[in-house]
Design a protein around this ligand. Structure first.
Ligand code: NAP
Length: 340
């Protein structure tokens, strides 16, 4: 295991922020994790675990240890006529895993095509898109408990999954390194497409009975059209979560903004579109220096070249303030903000 010192993280975060980290190490298997946690370096510095760095904003240099999860590989754990349980290394790219599943006829993950990041970060963040969340298909998460110094399997029921939330962002935050994740996928097609963009695309191409592959291709085409490729324009996907609010808030907000989109949830709660509110406050396409809001999607903050983490963070705070002022709604970042 090779520990690098004082290197730039520009290539390790999809925002493309050029910040420095004191120590950097890659882990490629479970043995690497054990060796790492027997060494002094983990005792003497704070650490964070990065996959593709697709959901983080470094506000400045990081005076600690970055552990880069590069654990790869796939295993079939169980397979019958109806379903398959596949185990994927936490460092596998999420989209590669989705493509492999779809190309082998296993359905479920097609709505989650082209989401940046790794399998491990998908399980932490409980990624979701087009009405599907990854936890619907998860069996269990395996990894190293840093406090107990043991490998553990955590079954889905104990992962406490919620909207972009899990035990790995709460009780086990910075205490667990995911090495692999098991998913149960169906061998018979199960499709879910109630989002306007997908429905419109199928209408345009006269697809009346879409297959999982049709959904997979539609999501790729829509995302390519609507969302910036971080290799060309640094970004971290949706910067904010969609607020989930009570009926009382909805009644109040609807009286002032009758056109605001509202999506009913369970438990008498309602989802608001963060993108819509940001657009209504005039931020879409805004740019200050190299920090900006994407011109085609108000939920995505972008780095036009050499923005600092601090400037993107400041922009996010300004957006939060004006949404609060206009709608009296608090926006919460979906992206993990990292500062010393
Ligand atoms: P959109 O279709 O323009 O809709 C705007 C918002 O309204 C979305 O955030 C979505 O919530 C909600 N919405 C729309 N139709 C809905 C329905 N039928 N049922 C429930 N909620 C509905 O969305 P978009 O911005 O182009 O994004 C499309 C999908 O990709 C969304 O699911 C979004 O979350 C996902 N996405 C994820 C990321 C990421 O980085 N994680 C980035 C971009 C887009 P939800 O967001 O809760 O679905």
């Amino acid at each position: 295991m090779n520990i690098l010192n004082n290197i730039s993280l520009k290539a390790n975060n999809t925002f493309g922020i050029d910040c420095k980290v004191k120590n950097f190490v890659s882990i490629r298997n479970e043995k690497d994790i054990k060796v790492l946690y027997k060494s002094d370096i983990t005792l003497n510095s704070k650490s964070i675990i990065l996959g593709e760095g697709s959901n983080v904003l470094f506000v400045g240099d990081f005076d600690g240890l970055v552990i880069h999860n590069e654990i790869k590989g796939y295993n079939i754990i169980e397979s019958n006529n109806d379903f398959i349980i596949i185990e994927a290394g936490a460092g596998e790219k999420w989209h590669d895993f989705v493509s492999l599943s779809i190309n082998n006829g296993y359905s479920g993950l097609e709505n989650l095509a082209l989401i940046p990041g790794t399998v491990g970060s998908a399980a932490i963040q409980n990624i979701g898109a087009y009405g599907v969340e990854q936890n619907e298909f998860i069996d269990s998460v395996y990894g190293f408990n840093i406090e107990k110094h043991i490998f553990q399997r955590i079954y889905k029921i104990n992962c406490n999954y919620g909207y972009r939330d899990s035990i790995f962002k709460n009780e086990l935050k910075d205490k667990f390194i995911i090495s692999s994740v098991r998913y149960t996928l169906s061998k018979s097609p199960v499709v879910n497409y109630n989002y306007k963009d997908i429905i419109n695309l199928f209408k345009e191409f006269n697809i009346t009975n879409p297959t999982p592959i049709d959904i997979f291709k539609a999501v790729i085409s829509i995302r390519n059209e609507k969302l910036p490729d971080w290799r060309q324009l640094g970004n971290s996907g949706s910067f904010f979560k969609n607020p989930i609010v009570s009926k009382k808030v909805i009644v109040d907000i609807k009286s002032k903004f009758p056109d605001i989109p509202v999506f009913p949830q369970t438990n008498n709660l309602f989802k608001l579109s963060a993108a819509w509110m940001i657009e209504q406050t005039g931020w879409k396409g805004f740019r200050v220096g190299d920090a900006g809001v994407y011109e085609k999607h108000a939920l995505i903050l972008v780095n036009h070249g050499n923005a600092s983490g601090e400037s993107i963070f400041q922009l996010s705070m300004d957006i939060r303030k004006s949404v609060k002022l206009k709608f009296n709604v608090e926006l919460e970042p979906e992206v993990l903000i990292i500062s010393n």
